[in-house]
Design a protein around this ligand. Structure first.
Ligand code: NDP
Ligand code: 2IT
Length: 451
């Protein structure tokens, strides 16, 4: 296991002590601190004024009650969160996750990752994350709307285009952003388009934001493949999940000639040896909000469904793996299987989908590994482009926006690659991303003094 530098180990121990029972947050902090040993060896001044300790402590954490009435007239209670982690680079920026597994530790890990990811985009956005343990599955539109209205009725006072700008994440897409924006507008009596991103195209949303995370991960992974003189063309690809990130990853990979043979949801995974039929997948997931097993039933020949618990999607042999569902979905055992089956590159669409053991397995086997905070930054980068369009009361074309996204992803790839080299870890995108992101945040923090 990579070690934390002696000078940084007490910082990690203190994070664990002060944030008991939050293993995902510990995991995210540990990975960054493991990389930073190389920075403080060269630049011990970064140890001054508790700069690194301050990065590990959120600027503000908001936890609130969200009461709402279900369709049977019963009152339900959920818990809402917003962790405003770091505003050195700009207003807090990061998504909202609605999923029953959400707790403060998960939101903190996501907010912490977001600081470095947002810095890597080179755009002026700080790091934050929020959400609720609300489970949207099986809820009617009316229930979703009442929940979103209640959630925003508390959260609105903490938001603003110069303060904190949420967007979507698991369980939060265009429908939820619409209800949240409507309630913000009503409560504040302000048409403040830049307060949320991922908005509908009719009211200030950006073209290409829906596609951005999946497309962005595909650009990043392609750039990694190109450093080895290869590309997606003719490759077998497995993409886990079948939500926003997964769908647009599949779309872009297929446009480059890759064949995506499997995807999943929490009920299991499907394999289609002919390559996933994207129109059918979109119809099931985006229109009907159905389960992934329906794909195999409707597609018929060449496609089959494996129920959750009866196998892992990572058993499916592939050249490129793009985990795009949730944290720690790809374990050390899965990684060994992928390596045995000949995987050459892994691009993380989800946040922290690979366990530390899995990352180690890939890197030791020489597999090109793109960590989420670099590889999936295209979503938040395009959110920042949406904010730019809102601030200038302008609207860009799809082509213009996608071209900016492509350049940003290439720049993130190159800066991770070059930083890894500069710090003596050639080809290690984890170290490159953590160090490049850290330096960009540490410099303004230092300039601001002890705040
Ligand atoms: P969606 O809600 O659109 O889709 C999530 C997908 O992942 C669904 O297929 C879902 O299955 C599956 N999934 C979620 N939780 C679990 C779980 N605990 N076990 C198994 N499967 C699960 O979310 P997104 O596509 O937006 O997000 C996917 C990942 O990408 C997340 O890690 C998110 O943080 C990250 N991300 C998202 C960005 C964005 O712009 N949306 C940007 C950067 C990262 P089911 O429907 O059965 O729950
Ligand atoms: O994890 C992420 O980067 C997101 N869910 C997108 C955040 C955003 O503000 O667009």
């Amino acid at each position: 296991m990579p070690q934390i530098d002696d000078k940084l180990a007490p910082i990690y121990e203190e994070v664990v002590r002060r944030n008991a029972g939050e293993p995902e947050f510990h995991q995210a902090v540990r990975e960054v601190l493991e990389s930073l040993g190389r920075v403080v060896a060269k630049r011990p001044d970064y140890l001054e004024d508790a700069l690194i300790e301050r990065i590990c402590e959120p600027e503000r954490q908001i936890i609130f009650r969200v009461p709402w009435t279900d369709d049977k007239g019963r009152v339900q209670i959920n818990r809402g969160f917003r962790v405003q982690f770091n505003s050195a680079m700009g207003p807090y920026k990061g998504g909202l996750r609605f999923h029953p597994s959400v707790n403060v530790g998960i939101i903190k890990f996501l907010g912490f990752e977001q600081i470095f990811k947002n810095a890597l985009t080179g755009l002026p956005i700080g790091g934050g994350k929020g959400g609720s343990d609300f489970d949207p599955k099986g809820r009617s539109d009316g229930e979703i709307m009442r929940f979103c209205q209640s959630f925003m009725t508390e959260l609105y006072r903490h938001l603003g285009e110069y303060t904190d700008v949420p967007a979507g994440d698991i369980g939060v897409g265009a429908r939820e952003i619409g209800y949240l924006f409507g309630q913000y507008k009503r409560l504040t009596n302000r048409y403040e388009a830049g307060v949320l991103t991922g908005k509908g195209l009719f009211y200030g949303g950006s073209l290409a934001r829906t596609e951005a995370t999946g497309y962005g991960n595909t650009y990043f992974t392609r750039a990694m493949l190109q450093t080895g003189g290869t590309d997606f063309d003719g490759k077998r690809v497995v993409v886990s999940g079948s939500g926003n990130v997964a769908i647009y990853t599949i779309e872009k990979v297929e446009s480059y000639g890759g064949k995506v043979v499997a995807c999943s949801d929490s009920s299991g995974y499907i394999v289609d040896e002919n390559g996933i039929d994207l129109d059918l997948l979109k119809e099931i997931k985006e229109v009907r909000r159905g389960r992934i097993g329906e794909y195999a039933r409707l597609k018929g020949e060449g496609a089959y469904f494996v129920k959750s618990g009866e196998g892992s999607i990572w058993d499916v042999a592939c050249d490129v793996a793009m985990p795009s569902a949730t944290q720690n979905e790809l374990t050390g055992k899965d990684a060994k299987k992928l390596v045995a089956n000949g995987v050459i590159a892994v691009g993380e669409g989800a946040n922290m989908p690979s366990t530390p053991e899995a990352i180690r397995t890939f890197q030791q086997a020489g597999v090109k590994f793109g960590p989420g905070k670099a590889a999936n930054a295209g979503g938040v980068a395009t959110s920042a482009l949406e904010m730019q369009q809102n601030a200038s009361r302008d609207r860009w074309t799809f082509e213009q926006t996608e071209a900016r996204l492509a350049t940003i992803m290439r720049d993130i790839h190159d800066s991770c690659y070059e930083t890894a080299e500069e710090f003596g870890a050639p080809g290690d995108y984890v170290i490159g991303a953590n160090i490049a992101g850290f330096i960009r945040v540490a410099e303004p923090m230092r300039a601001f003094g002890v705040i």
